[in-house]
Design a protein around this ligand. Sequence first.
Ligand SMILES: [Zn+2]
Length: 232
Amino acid sequence: MRSRWRFSVIALIVAVGVVLSGSSPSLARQNLALPPLTTYPLPSSLATLPPAGDDYFTEVQPLEVGYLLWTAFPVTVAIDPPPRDPNNLWAQAAQQAVAEWSAYLPLQIVPPTATANIRLQSERPSDQNNRRVRAAETSYELFVDSNGLLRHRVRVVVRPTQAPRYVLAALRHELGHALGIWGHSPLPTDALYFAQVADPPPISQRDVNTLRRVYEQPTRLGQPMPEVASHG
Ligand SMILES: [Zn+2]
């Protein structure tokens, strides 16, 4: 167990790698001025759930922007399947993972060519680099949109070189990260368990309870960037 925990911590560090990019020059400054923390109303799909029970919210990490939750709905998801996807297995798994989480947050699949909040990919263009290749990985970027709001976008990479049910389990797990569960469950009966298990579970009540608690938390996302004094 000890070594598996270690693995999970390494995976999480990769997952929280953040790239600050955007059209606003102020975002690149060292003394970055961020919007204040704001709490949003719970999406009705979460608000109407029965009162929450057990969860693993204490494992979810707040970031410098607060919790990594979506502040506008539906959340758009683009699916980039592998070039060779026999019987559409990868694409179907991606659609199913989106459908499963759609029970809890409004998600909308958009064409691969469209701009999307979340992009599910089978591989990423930078794989030629000698960085370590992982079976699955989620990363996010912050940017300032055309209305001056601090936003994020998420990229999920799940490789097709696994048995279909593991591809689905990985997509389900990573999509949980993409929707805001920025941490791992210590129990193998949760989709956000830190390790792959032989018989992957569906989204659990604990996963959903944790997601709801995330959306009750404050974030700096979705708010206007503060005016920054110009330095000529
Ligand atoms: Zn994970």
